[in-house]
Design a protein around this ligand. Structure first.
Ligand code: URA
Length: 447
């Protein structure tokens, strides 16, 4: 076998067998297949897709590229959640402490920023000292002690996804169902879960922009999880505008802390974020047998915010992973970016649309994401929305404020952010944030 033969085979639309896929994945992890050949292979997959069986084999091989963690000696039903990626999607930062505070252990392997979307690891690492590269014994010790642990792919755990994920981020090879499925499910199956809740995003800021493609992705993920013997359910949620008000790593930590403290998330611009968080947490608590129904789980989730236990769990988790919990207690102490620029409008009327894809891409230019694998993130960079869809606006109103250290991007960023907003004279019809619920037995519209 040669990489070129296999790239050509996929390019021409053929199916690769197990031996061929194993050879490619193992060679890539070992470093004998270079990034440029893997990039070409990924692009061939992007255009040609994979058969159902090939996707399953690919996922299994990605999973077994490293160790599969056994958490059977830790009491409780372990449940995790994973999002297919969104703009301003900081749900994991809020939900993991909630669910752990309610007594369901949450072992979570997340990713960094991918394409125009942010990543949980980059957000966590914006907390001074927070370590996301734990060894397996450290991982087990944190989940045993705290009830939640949030790490990234390592050289021991899903190393194939660690490398391929970083490569896909910078080679425009993200939006491909088999590659997303292999990436997500290999991480989830490696982390020691018993059950899984998936948040499949749909709309302009999602990797699958149409509802039909999002449903196809949700069903593929549920089939794979179930096939591996893990109870798996998925929600399809709206990503046509950013979730909550912040885009960018530390900014998203700040919003998460304020939501966990109950200061935001009720009848304000973070309500969409908290609606998704509570429903996903409710489903996790149901799968973890702490609630009989999702609705009962949602009540427990809300109570954990009201009684402060979820926020305290975030502080405990942060300290257990080497982070400075006092940075969360004193948000105002964080270094300020060199520039903070208000983006104003001269229009009047209502916000009809906010282009989340465009805002995600703009946040990368501010320093919140990567253009090259070796780029470093500026945790302070990003965008805070002052208006969301449905808000009324007057001439002179601020639409958003953006933060960056990069002088050269100020004018283009201001222009892109302004153009990401579309207005209309009358209030737009509000869309539901949670569209459907997908389980092994079928699909239901979510009420
Ligand atoms: N999340 C992942 O972990 N992988 C993807 O490919 C997309 C979202």
């Amino acid at each position: 076998m040669t990489p070129v033969e296999l790239i050509k085979k996929k390019r021409e639309g053929s199916t690769l067998n197990e031996e061929e896929l194993r050879w490619l994945i193992q060679g890539y992890v070992a470093g004998t297949i270079p990034d440029y050949q893997m990039s070409a292979f990924l692009m061939a997959c992007f255009f040609q897709g994979m058969s159902e069986e090939e996707t399953l084999t690919f996922t299994r091989l990605m999973l077994h590229s490293g160790d599969v963690i056994d958490l059977s000696d830790i009491p409780g039903i372990k449940v995790d959640k994973h999002s297919t990626g969104g703009v301003g999607d900081k749900v994991s930062l809020i939900l993991a402490p909630i669910v752990a505070a309610c007594g369901v252990p949450v072992p979570m392997i997340s990713g960094r920023g991918l394409g125009h979307t942010g990543g949980t690891l980059d957000k966590l690492e914006s907390i001074p000292g927070f370590r996301t590269a734990l060894s397996i014994p450290e991982y087990k010790s944190v989940i045993r002690k705290v009830g939640a642990v949030l790490i990234g792919q390592t050289n021991e755990i899903v190393p194939a996804d660690k490398k391929m994920y970083a490569l896909r981020d910078v080679t425009a090879t993200v939006e491909c169902i088999p590659l997303i499925a292999g990436s997500i499910m290999s991480k989830k199956l490696a982390e020691g879960i018993d059950a899984l809740v998936l948040d499949v995003k749909t709309g302009r800021g999602a990797f699958m922009q149409s509802y039909a493609r999002s449903l196809e992705l949700a069903q593929t993920l549920v089939r794979i999880g179930t096939g591996f013997g893990k109870e798996t359910v998925a929600f399809i949620t709206d990503m046509s505008q950013p979730l909550g008000t912040t885009i960018g790593n530390w900014l998203e930590v700040v919003e998460s802390v304020e939501c966990l403290k109950g200061k935001r998330g009720h009848d304000d611009a973070s309500s969409d974020l908290m609606e998704v968080t509570h429903v996903l947490a409710g489903a996790m608590l149901m799968l973890g047998k702490k609630a009989k129904t999702i609705a009962e789980g949602v009540e427990l989730s809300r109570a954990s915010i009201a009684n402060g236990s979820a926020y305290r769990k975030l502080l405990e988790l942060t300290a257990a992973q080497g982070g400075d919990a006092s940075a969360l207690e004193n948000l105002e102490r964080y270094p300020l970016p060199r520039h903070s620029i208000e983006v104003k409008t001269m229009d009047t009327g209502y916000v009809a649309e906010i282009d989340s894809l465009e805002l995600g891409l703009t946040s990368i230019t501010l320093g919140a994401g990567r253009g090259l694998i070796e780029d470093t993130i500026d945790p302070k960079a990003g965008i805070v929305l002052s208006k969301k869809v449905g808000d009324s606006i007057d001439a002179g109103d601020t639409l958003a404020v953006f933060y960056t250290d990069r002088e050269a991007v100020l004018e283009p960023a201001r222009d892109r952010i302004r153009k990401a907003f579309r207005f209309q004279p009358t209030p737009p019809q509000q869309k539901p944030i949670i569209l459907s619920y997908v389980e092994k037995g079928g699909v239901k519209t979510w009420m």
